[in-house]
Write a protein that binds this ligand. Structure first.
Ligand code: PLP
Length: 404
């Protein structure tokens, strides 16, 4: 008789967004005419910009010719894309990252989920609370939990770092030293950022204690203020302690096209073993490369015209963020984030719980957001709204909230 991976039984309930989808479907079934505004899941709504569509068409046409056909490509990605990323995302910012330290993939979710495979099972993992649930769940699936601790009602090997208004939603350096540290800035779900000085403290802490930082920079393109790092490699010493993940989903609308990348500097080692070579081995064994046409589309993200069109698209979403932030503030609510990120972290009024507020907003004004507690216990009492809706829906949502 086969057995199962029992670690899966330790996972908490449903994946957050499946639970939300279930609730919304149930509401729709009972209220068929309801005009629901979805500001919950962080999916983009604007079409792919013309420069990228043009690159896609060109690559599709190439595939129909003998000389332009591409079969299996290099698992790590085509040189044209890796070199473009090294030049545009790193060298242009003064960061020393080479093309062969960049691994192209079909998105950041797979990479942030899979990267834990190259680490020992007994590593202690530090995770922000609230947090993007993938970091926690993939470590639990792998069994990187340690023993169950009945006093803390949690697992020994998972160190939760509270991110609250008290610390500006940037975690304190933990006193129990972790081996693996997940950081994500600009942050999902709080929409808050970290200064270069604070990030440098994390890099110094990781180097001093032999820890590795897994830095998720999926929302880097939304940074508009000076002094906020776009990459952890802007900090001194990050090459010996940090892995960085990027997504093309939110900066270029690739949620349906799928493209991302992970950077592992060659100096990053554990007892003389290079993490770069481990990931290279893993990538080559379990992954056959992102599609050629999508990588050509990714290259177009960095063309002059592509950059211009995308900066307009980001400005569109950030106008939504500003509208939500300023609207809710003017109604007397407390909100965080939304300055350098497409998320607004809304303090639920009158001491209500996050899920109670979710039900209330859905039933009274047909707005779907994400209950903060779904991202961790320190998310209780908060509610996440995204700026990825259309401008018209964003305005309509605020009108409805005002009436409520
Ligand atoms: N990392 C964070 C913090 C995210 O919020 C998301 C998506 O919402 C991802 C990664 C996943 O990105 P991708 O679409 O590239 O898989």
């Amino acid at each position: 008789m086969f057995t199962i991976n029992e670690n899966y039984l330790k996972l908490q309930g449903n994946y957050l967004f499946s639970t939300i989808a279930g609730k919304v479907n149930e509401y729709k079934a009972n209220n068929q005419d309801a005009d629901i505004i979805r500001l919950g899941i962080g999916d983009v709504t604007q079409p792919i910009v013309p420069a990228i569509i043009e690159a896609l068409h060109k690559a599709v046409d190439e595939m129909g010719t003998e000389e332009g056909f591409h079969g299996y490509g290099p698992e790590q990605g085509y040189a044209f894309l890796r070199e473009t990323i090294a030049r545009e995302d790193y060298r242009a910012r003064g960061c020393e990252i080479k093309a062969d330290e960049i691994f192209i993939s079909d998105g950041a979710k797979c990479d942030v989920g899979n990267i834990q495979e190259i680490f020992g099972i007994d590593n202690r993992v530090a995770i922000c609370d609230p947090v993007y649930p993938v970091y926690v769940d993939t470590n639990v699936m792998a069994g990187r939990t340690g023993a169950y601790n009945s006093i803390t009602n949690g697992f020994d090997h998972l160190i939760y770092m509270p991110c609250t208004p008290m610390n500006g939603f940037v975690p304190e350096l933990p006193s129990v030293i972790p081996d693996i540290i997940y950081l994500c800035f600009p942050n999902n779900p709080t929409g808050m950022t970290i200064t270069k000085e604070r990030l440098q403290q994390w890099v110094d802490y990781a180097n001093k204690n032999g820890a590795v930082i897994l830095y998720d920079a999926a929302y880097e393109a939304y940074i508009s203020e000076k002094g906020i790092p776009h990459s952890i490699y802007e900090c001194e010493g990050a090459r010996t302690c940090a892995i960085e993940m990027h997504s093309f989903s939110k900066n270029a609308g690739f949620t349906g096209l799928r493209l991302g990348y992970t950077v592992i500097p060659k100096e990053l080692q554990s007892n003389g073993t290079s993490l770069h070579s481990l990931w290279n081995r893993r990538h080559g064994t379990k992954y056959n490369g992102a599609p050629y046409i999508v990588q050509r589309a990714g290259e177009a993200v960095y063309s002059e015209v592509g950059k211009k069109q995308l900066s307009e698209q980001i400005a569109y979403y950030m106008k939504n963020a500003k509208t939500i932030r300023e609207g809710l503030t003017s109604y007397g609510y407390t909100v965080y984030g939304g300055d350098n990120a497409p998320y607004i972290w809304w303090k639920v009024p009158n001491g209500k719980k996050s899920w109670q507020f979710f039900d209330e907003l859905l039933e009274k004004v047909q707005i779907v957001g994400t209950p903060g507690v779904g991202f961790g216990v320190n998310g209780e009492g908060f509610f996440r709204l995204t700026a990825f809706g259309t401008y018209e829906n964003t305005i309509e949502a605020l009108e409805r909230i005002k009436r409520m």
